[in-house]
Design a binder for this molecule. Structure first.
Ligand code: NAD
Length: 370
């Protein structure tokens, strides 16, 4: 059983197919999108070892030759060095503009392969086959691609929409629990930013989603993709409403930067803590009720995710350093900080003129050192 959700972008419109068993159908589903019956598949070693053979078999059965490009797992791949290596491989394979690249992995593979597709020979088509919960509900949809540089995450990139997204729910069976929880932080984000009913449903059924119970998973991923598709169709290049998807990300990015973008604090975990902080900051500013912040925090914590600075082990955070990271954030404009704040659960809004001093005071109250 699968469902197709349309991302309505005119000539660049595409479908996100969400369901079980999609890897086995990938060949038949992708072949119509290929001008030449071959596909460069970018994956990481972990995903390729677990699921590469099944994807290859499906493609080959449909008459599509597979050109695998397998990279080391981890955020470090999203770098200029990682990009250069990938571009060299594409050149070695003599891919031309009639070819298609598939990103088969989590958000790292999707962001890297998507950016390579955006710039290789001035842009070639790509498709996404996301294999983490985070990638299925967020990063594979909407065409944001990027790499990280020393100054910060995702600072070099492009908007490049995929031609098709295949989100196979079965593939999540092999995802480590910690990665599943990190992806769940983005699931809960959709409820917190714009759908109180979905948030309430997650309060009751979040444990089933985390346990990968098929019906709950399908409903959760489907709802997130539907919301993301609507937002992207309305505001592809983030001039307005799309920024709501950054709920928790300004705080979260600062925490990630301080912990080195790695295993100490996964992206989703940083976003989890960031969302709880965004709600507490909203409450402290008198924008939402204190009980909304408590309820948001409780739902995040129930999934085993961090909600406070103190939850991030071994890291006494300095308020000044966190604020400095926020000021570098690509959402910062003219010295004022941009945050996604909330008037209640499901009622997030873009606050473009937040005073850095107030954020600093809040961080001190949250237990940061000066
Ligand atoms: P990831 O791609 O690093 O994957 C996490 C880990 O899970 C990796 O070790 C990977 O090998 C492993 N893995 C992936 N699928 C698996 C599976 N099915 N079974 C077992 N192991 C599996 O991380 P992620 O959380 O998917 O993505 C994080 C990245 O996404 C960050 O770089 C972030 O900036 C980016 N992101 C981008 C967007 C966007 O709109 N482009 C949105 C959100 C996040």
């Amino acid at each position: 059983m699968s469902r197709a959700i349309a991302v309505g972008l005119g000539a660049r419109a595409y479908e996100v197919v969400v369901g079980a068993g999609l890897i086995a159908e990938a060949g038949a589903r992708l072949a119509p999108h290929l001008r030449r019956q071959r596909l460069a598949v970018v994956s990481d070693e972990t995903v390729w070892a677990l699921h590469g053979a099944r994807l290859s078999a499906s493609l080959q059965a449909a008459g599509v030759a597979v050109l695998p490009i397998v990279i080391a797992p981890g955020e470090q791949a999203k770098s200029f060095a990682g990009l250069a290596e990938l571009i060299d491989r594409l050149l070695e394979l003599e891919l031309d503009r009639g070819d298609v690249i598939a990103a088969f992995g989590g958000g790292v593979v999707g962001d890297l392969a998507g950016f390579a597709a955006a710039i290789y020979k001035r842009g070639i088509d790509f498709v996404q086959i996301p294999t983490t919960l985070l990638a299925q509900v967020d990063s594979s949809v909407g065409g944001k691609t990027a790499i990280d540089v020393a100054a910060g995450k995702n600072l070099v990139g492009a908007f490049h929409q995929p031609r098709l997204v295949l989100a196979d729910l079965d593939v999540l069976a092999s995802l480590p629990d910690r990665e599943m929880r990190a992806g769940y932080a983005e699931v809960i984000k959709y409820g917190l930013l714009g759908d109180f009913g979905f948030f309430e449903w997650l309060e009751a059924h979040g444990d089933e989603v985390l346990a990968r119970e098929p019906q709950a998973l399908s409903r959760a991923v489907g709802r997130c993709v539907q919301m993301k598709a609507e937002i992207v169709a309305e505001d592809e290049t983030e001039q307005g409403r799309r920024a709501l998807l950054n709920l928790g990300h300004t705080f979260g990015h600062a925490l990630e930067a301080e912990t080195g973008f790695g295993a100490v604090l996964l992206h989703g975990e940083a976003v989890a803590a960031g969302q709880a902080m965004a709600f507490r900051f909203s409450a402290a500013q008198g924008l939402c009720r204190a009980q909304d912040a408590v309820r948001a925090e409780r739902a995040i914590a129930a999934a085993g995710l961090p909600t406070t600075l103190g939850d991030v082990a071994g890291h006494p955070f300095a308020a000044d350093r966190l604020v400095a990271h926020m000021a570098q954030d690509k959402k910062a404009q003219g010295g004022r900080l941009t945050f996604i704040l909330a008037r209640g659960i499901g009622e997030a809004f873009v606050a473009r003129d937040v005073d850095a001093g107030q954020v600093r005071g809040f961080l001190l109250a949250e237990g940061a050192t000066p």
